[in-house]
Design a protein around this ligand. Structure first.
Ligand code: P6P
Length: 337
């Protein structure tokens, strides 16, 4: 007996478009093109483990195609799906050092796409979940050609953000500023179906996600906060449980649904050269847009992620993201050096 209405992501995107009175349908088609890329990448990721068995290893597969690493494959798939629709004026990818212009032979649009094609791809051989993260802006420059200025943005300018998680099922989660909605791919019909409408992250969780192996490199505030989470105090539901997959989209998605906090703080191993790891434009900012739309919070420990103006394409930032109360508690510890 069917319990609830069946809503495809295409129908949902059109309904979301109606919430924007001056929408032209351009944005709707952009998101549709992205779902095509997502389905194709899902198919390839889900048979990655069969590479040896299907004889598609080495330079050429059984069809004579050159077999590429999956993150390179995902990068090319998104580029080829998105470069000709006439919705984009420029792209940038974690896999490409520089901006990616739209080929001259194709029409240019008014949107900018920034993406991490396959985050966590080093985990694929262990069959660990990986994901694609995307962020969409309107073009800012007005000249003949788009420039890197269209990509170096502040997160609050995003018109949409989302991710696709390739796990036990493939899910696409996105926001256009009207809440966060999750769609699960039904491979039997090749459709993303609405499975998680209006996702809200619990205001407080009982999970923390951090690479404890880096504990000696953390600042004092982070060390004290993590020690605080491990103390035994049932009245504040401590100790928290550590859940860390090492794949950002997976750790974020679990905490979004269950509640909790993910942290990738600065590495102070060399105090003269503090290092952050996660990228602002196509990791931290899109996930920050999503988590805030779901009622959560995302900061560097002292600054709202969405307020950071990007100055470099692959700029890195510390990221603390998840349930609002947990991030606020962290910020208190972080401020007490
Ligand atoms: P570490 C994957 O390589 C990644 O970029 C994110 O997906 C993940 O959250 C992080 O790095 C894991 O980093 O240093 O804990 O292995």
């Amino acid at each position: 007996m069917q319990k609830s209405k069946v809503v495809t992501i295409q129908r949902h995107i059109v309904e979301q478009e109606r919430l924007h009175p001056n929408a032209t349908g351009d944005f709707t088609c952009l998101l549709w093109d992205l779902t095509i890329a997502a389905k194709t990448i899902s198919r390839e990721v889900n048979k990655a483990g069969l590479a040896d068995i299907l004889g598609i290893t080495g330079e050429n597969n059984i069809h004579g195609d050159v077999v590429k690493k999956l993150d390179v494959y995902a990068n090319e798939k998104i580029y080829k799906s998105m470069n000709h629709g006439g919705h984009l004026c420029i792209m940038a990818s974690e896999e490409n050092e520089d901006i990616i212009p739209i080929p001259d032979e194709f029409p240019k649009g008014k949107y900018v796409l920034l993406f991490d094609p396959l985050d966590g791809s080093s985990n694929i051989d262990a069959n660990v979940c990986v994901g694609t993260i995307f962020s969409i802006y309107r073009r800012k420059t007005t000249g003949k050609e788009s420039t890197i200025e269209d990509c170096l943005r502040k997160g609050t300018d995003q018109v949409a953000a989302g991710y696709i998680i390739y796990g036990s099922s493939t899910m696409m989660v996105y926001t256009t500023g009207q809440g966060v909605h999750g769609f699960t791919l039904d491979p039997s019909i090749g459709e993303f179906l609405l499975s998680h409408e209006n996702i809200r992250i619990p205001s407080k969780g009982k999970i923390y996600s951090i690479n404890e192996g880096n504990a000696n490199t953390w600042d004092e505030g982070t060390k004290k906060y993590i020690a605080y989470l491990k103390e035994n105090d049932p009245s504040t539901e401590r100790p928290y449980s550590l859940r860390y997959i090492g794949s950002l989209v997976s750790d974020f998605h679990r905490n979004l649904l269950y509640g909790g906090i993910f942290l990738y703080p600065v590495d102070y191993k060399d105090p003269k050269k503090p290092k952050a790891k996660l990228r602002l434009l196509y990791e931290a900012a899109p996930l920050a847009f999503i988590v805030e739309q779901a009622g959560g919070k995302a900061s560097t420990g002292k600054e709202r992620i969405l307020n950071i103006q990007a100055t470099e394409l692959h700029q890195k930032v510390p990221l603390v993201i998840g349930s609002k109360e947990d991030v606020l508690t962290y910020e208190k510890f972080f401020s007490q050096k």
